[in-house]
Design a protein around this ligand. Structure first.
Ligand code: B12
Ligand code: SF4
Ligand code: SF4
Length: 326
């Protein structure tokens, strides 16, 4: 009897393993570079950190970050959720040297908005899971209340560094993240070590290199000080105390500094091979004169439609460019 039970259990485990391998294979064919599986619950150590961060007001004006419940319990998003399939896509590219009179654009915003590119790939994988395995699914790519880096770390895609980015083994932190929550029970029980930031050891290079001191503690970003937040998400005037610091970085949209200095990235970064990421819209940098001369929202749309720069709107981009000109 016991022997029979063990044999049955072994068979189930083999089936789960096979299903995981098959989904991983399809995901890679669709164009994902990294695939991992984790149970559909976020460990307390992450949610506690997240609540702490909110309580201290580190999210600045990003109201949408205050949605707490579903970040903790994914069954509130998909009833019966059992597994999160975490996916990664390398987006690294070498940048051309910055020309005089130009402002730097962060690498993630070089071409077409990754939400659109990855969204399409997610739909393909969801269709496969629904049709072949009859699983319910709900997909995200930076589009909902998930702790994506926490889930990626749980799924074994990489480790969170002191710069708070998820650093993967093959591409460093130059990796977009996306998730499919499903009611299929296919999670992988392999776990990362519990020691936080052990990928960093005693290194603090990113904390020291951040021009505005936004990495307050290992893994904790104060958005009120972060150039990425100030130049993308922030809708207001940029506080005078940060203007000089931003001007020195010559950044007009986003910020890559705490990733560029990371020794893990230097050892792992390789130019991505995704054709969809190669068409420039904003490019590596934009002429400040060109930004200044945009006279209407319509003209702005004509130039930047489909690009992550739409998030800052014309007013935000012109505000940023003005800081570099002054
Ligand atoms: C809000 C947000 C921002 C904000 C805040 C950034 C931040 N670090 O929180 C701003 C606008 C500043 C930002 C900037 C950028 N972002 Co952003 N952002 C997000 C978003 C929507 C939510 C992140 C979040 O929940 N923050 C809240 C904090 C509290 O959570 P956390 O950062 O995950 O921190 C966890 C860990 O660090 C850990 N932790 C922290 N301290 C400790 C200590 C101990 C002891 C332990 C155990 C754990 C622990 O627990 C925390 C809670 O889970 C995610 C998408 C998503 N839904 O997850 C994208 C996301 C994080 N962003 C992304 C990117 C690409 C960027 C930029 C690189 C863009 C750019 N070039 O300008 C920068 C990077 C700046 C940086 N160093 O983080 C990617 C990151 C991919 C990766 N490989 O890490 C994501 C995942 C989007 C995506 N789908 O690809 N972003
Ligand atoms: S993105 Fe830039 S400003 Fe923000 S923490 Fe990193 S280095 Fe600092
Ligand atoms: S620069 Fe150093 S401290 Fe920062 S994430 Fe990389 S290894 Fe960790």
């Amino acid at each position: 009897m016991r022997q029979k039970r063990i044999a049955k259990r072994r068979l189930i485990l083999e089936c789960i393993d096979e299903m995981r391998q098959e989904i991983e294979k399809i995901a890679k064919e669709i164009g994902f570079d990294l695939v991992g599986f984790t149970p559909a619950n976020v460990e307390d150590k992450y949610t506690n950190r997240f609540f702490d961060w909110l309580e201290k007001g580190k999210e600045a004006e990003m109201q949408y970050m205050r949605e707490r419940k579903s970040r903790q319990d994914l069954k509130k998003i998909l009833p019966g959720a059992k597994t999160v399939i975490v996916l990664g896509i390398n987006y690294y590219r070498e940048q051309s040297p910055l020309e005089e009179g130009h402002g730097r654009v962060a690498r993630y915003a070089y071409g077409r908005d990754y939400h659109k590119i990855i969204g399409k790939k997610l739909r393909k994988l969801e269709n496969y899971i629904r049709d072949v395995h009859k699983g319910k699914t709900k997909a995200y790519v930076d589009t909902g209340p998930l702790l994506e880096k926490a889930l990626a770390e749980q799924a074994g895609l990489g480790r969170i560094g002191k710069n708070s980015c998820l650093i993967t083994k093959y591409f460093g932190s130059w990796t977009f993240l996306a998730e499919i929550i499903t009611d299929l029970e296919i999670s992988d029980k392999k776990k990362n070590s519990d020691t936080p930031f052990n990928i960093c050891g005693n290194c603090k290079i990113c904390m020291e290199a951040c021009p505005t001191g936004a990495i307050e503690e290992p893994g904790v970003i104060d958005c009120n000080r972060c150039i990425s937040y100030l130049t993308i998400e922030n809708k207001k005037e940029i506080p005078a105390s940060f203007k000089n610091m931003i001007s020195r970085t010559k950044t007009v949209f986003g910020c890559d500094i705490c990733q560029e200095v990371c020794p893990h990235n230097k050892a792992r970064q390789k130019t991505n091979e995704h054709p969809e990421l190669k068409d420039p819209i904003a490019g590596d940098s934009i002429s400040l004169k060109k930004i200044k001369e945009i006279k209407s929202d319509e003209q702005f749309l004509n130039i930047f439609a489909g690009s992550p720069l739409m998030r800052a709107k014309r007013s935000g981009l012109q505000r940023n460019a003005k800081i570099l000109e002054d």
